[in-house]
Design a protein around this ligand. Structure first.
Ligand SMILES: [Ca+2]
Ligand SMILES: [Ca+2]
Length: 202
């Protein structure tokens, strides 16, 4: 090997080592993710011990409702997994809103910066392409965000924490909420699926 070739070889090796050294911690950092709910047991509670369920502005008004159930259609394709199915109806002569609540059990989210979840609509039942979600810390002020572009295929939605402007204390999180209302939901009744709710750090 000539001296010149040897130099090229050594420089090449150094470059490879440099790229690897830069990439590996990056990959490790990207894998930092807390699974809040994968629903894969087909039962309550969620992965961090939190309860969840459907809710309704007025349970006595039978023209509006949101029923939650487990569906064996997993967002990540696990044949043994489940997602949550939300059959909503905000088609009512009265002001109508309802949805799905899920406790975050005081989870400390300060190590993360992104809320992730998978969502899709049911082509047969119909579904709204716009869905409001909310995060709440222990002050319980809802911090809303409108998800747009829901389709009948599973899609991952990742929302940076800074979009939730009314969260003041990420150290102690209370609740994740899905809201169907008679303004954002079109059609006013349909079916939405939800799965794999996580906090991650990018
Ligand atoms: Ca799942
Ligand atoms: Ca109705």
């Amino acid at each position: 090997m000539t001296t010149r070739l040897r130099v090229i070889w050594v420089v090449g090796l150094a470059l490879v080592a440099f790229v690897l050294a830069a990439a590996v911690p990056n990959v490790l950092a990207q894998s930092k993710e807390l699974v809040i709910a994968d629903f894969d047991t087909g039962d309550k509670p969620n992965n961090i011990g939190g309860d969840f369920g459907g809710w309704d502005k007025d349970p006595n008004d039978d023209t509006q409702s949101c029923q939650e159930s487990f569906e064996s259609d997993d967002a990540l394709g696990d044949p043994a997994g489940y997602s949550i199915r939300l059959d909503y109806d905000v088609d009512s002569p009265n002001p109508a809103y309802n949805g799905f609540w899920m406790k975050l059990n005081g989870e400390d989210a300060t190590a993360y910066n992104t809320l992730n979840f998978y969502m899709k609509g049911d082509a047969k039942a119909g579904y709204t392409k716009r869905v409001k979600i909310e995060l709440k810390d222990m002050t319980n002020k809802p911090s809303p965000y409108i998800v747009t572009g829901v389709t009948d295929q599973w899609q991952k939605f990742s929302i940076p924490f800074e979009k939730f402007r009314r969260i003041t204390d990420w150290k102690s999180m209370n609740e994740f909420v899905v809201v169907f209302d008679d303004i954002n939901s079109n059609p006013k009744s349909g079916t939405i699926y939800l799965d794999q709710v996580t906090f991650s750090k990018d």
